[in-house]
Design a protein around this ligand. Sequence first.
Ligand SMILES: N#Cc1ccc(Nc2nc(N)cc(-n3cnc(CCO)c3)n2)cc1
Length: 286
Amino acid sequence: QFHMIKHEDLTWRESLGQGSFTHISRGSKTDQWDGVTHSTEVLLKVLDANHKNCWESFFEAASLMSQISHKHLLLVYGISVHKSKNIMVQEFVKHGALDLYLKRSTSVSVSWKLDVAKQLACALNFLEEKNIAHGNICAKNLLLAREGDPSADNSPFIKLSDPGISMALLGKDVVLDRIPWVAPEVLDTLEIELECDKWSFGSTLWEIFNNGEAPLQGLDPIQKQQFYEHFSNLPALEWTELADLIIQCMQYQPELRPSCRSIIRQLNSLITSDYEILHATGTHPK
Ligand SMILES: N#Cc1ccc(Nc2nc(N)cc(-n3cnc(CCO)c3)n2)cc1
């Protein structure tokens, strides 16, 4: 169920960092279309050689993204297996991971953030309708295809990345490190259900409205585990309606979390209210 890409059709450029058990590089792939050679810029995601045993899960994550297509889901061109290297070939998304973009950007407006949040909610709604759980929703896995320029009145555009290797294979320390994105019930079962993505959505909303700052970043794994044991909540944002939405998503009982349709409805009313506040008082919520 995959397009296999020949290793010799890939060119490797600079390294761009790493994910869990993987590292990423910019590159290009060449294709022959009716005898003409085309070169496409790609992102090469390589499974670390010392985690070769995870190759099934690595490609399982990629195939999830290949079986369904949606404008806000990352395009995976295919895979390439060469000697001991397992490579996922993805579309190169122009502005990279959202968490880094938010940390670097100073003037990102509330309406920009709401627009991005709504796009993520739409991607999740699409997955929910297909009964597909992603399992790794966070700002690091949101890729910014278009920055959006308020003066040119065009808006940002994001793509949700593949979920990566399943947590069942990543080990407890990686799972603890993913607190508070990973839903509390996952710590026991290591099973990903649709409701888990709602919890992660809440955590990602918090990141987006805190300019890419990671929630609970100062806590060590034990303190992170206690955060769940004490049924704690993230520090509330000043905008109470938004803080309420985050609390709804981050309900400890999975069945109490809102549907994607409800999340989208609430985001729409925040977008409208933001618009009214902006035009009423000339100021708007943090
Ligand atoms: N400077 C810069 C710069 C860096 C990267 C891109 N592009 C791109 N395209 C993708 N398909 C995936 C990623 N990506 C980034 N971090 C991860 C790991 C966490 O998911 C994945 N980046 C564009 C500009």
